[in-house]
Ligand binder design. Sequence first.
Ligand SMILES: [Zn+2]
Ligand SMILES: [Zn+2]
Length: 365
Amino acid sequence: MQSLELADLFRAPCKTCGAQLKFSAEKQKLACDHCGNTEDIGFTRNKLQENPLDFKVENRQLPNAPTEEKRIFACQNCGAKTTVNYDVPTLTCAFCGSKNVNPEAQKTRLIEPAGVLPFRLSKEQALQRFKTWVGDSWLAPSDLKAGAALDNLHGMYIPFWTFDAQAHSSWEGDAGFYYYVPVQVRDANGRTVTQQQQRVRWEYRNGRHQAFYDDMLEMASRKLTQQENHVQEASRYDLKEIVDYDPRILLGWEAEVYSIDLNESARKAEEQIQEREQSACASQLGGDTQRNLRVQTELSNQTFKHILLPLWICSYVYNGKLYRFLVNGQTGQIAGERPKSAWKIALLVLAFILLVLFFMYLGKK
Ligand SMILES: [Zn+2]
Ligand SMILES: [Zn+2]
């Protein structure tokens, strides 16, 4: 189904000159690139409550199912009209490069974001973090530190789910304790010698464990699943700074709607809780070794929130190979792959070989 009406973009014109305002990470305000005027956003924290995790929610039909529907958007900067998918929250104009917010995109999903963590790290700061990080490793190629191929750095609000749950586990199992007994054995020459041999004394134990799991984060973007390990490394956020979702915070940035739904993410969060309960119960069981550990975990008071978190994303090609890295848009924590300089590694290998040869020479003398 395609409909090609002209859709409205979100507008926040500068009161002084009329140009589109942007959210500035440094100023934590709306700022005008044109005349330098700034406006306060007045962050609020009223909508950020936890929602009960009710799986019936996901079984209902989406009011506007994830859609391939296209709309025409007119750029607010240059007026050019482009056709894009209706569920894209931020649109970059192909003609002038300006970024626009499509306020309707979030409504194409059943659950709209309750909160957003505003970007704190500007593009310059993110680049600085990258240079320091690459420079950390002396194996990195020198020309990379100069910042080549970094035009591709995108500041993007990524959809996440957070989950809370109370876990109650009961466990039972056998804890094994090592002890040693002297045993008479024959050695290679046929003589009888005494050897200490390890034995295990098993002891049945049981108990209970409980814990509250607060704000377990699950990334909700399918596009980033290839980089899931890096996302985990870079997504240690201070969630206390989250404010109510407001489309103005997206002005000048990129954003996505979720593509991994609540149900799938909730199951992943539950698996993680089960694993953590399993290892907590194992450490209660104790012993030098264990067997037959059975853990029964029940979850209650399960709640969720849908939020947007800031991430700098970059992929670049270096010597014909694709590299990716991520920078946390709040803390500057960085994760990814860094290219290594081939000749520096060759030099290191050569130095090692020379060292080995040197010791071999010493050994012969
Ligand atoms: Zn202005
Ligand atoms: Zn434009």
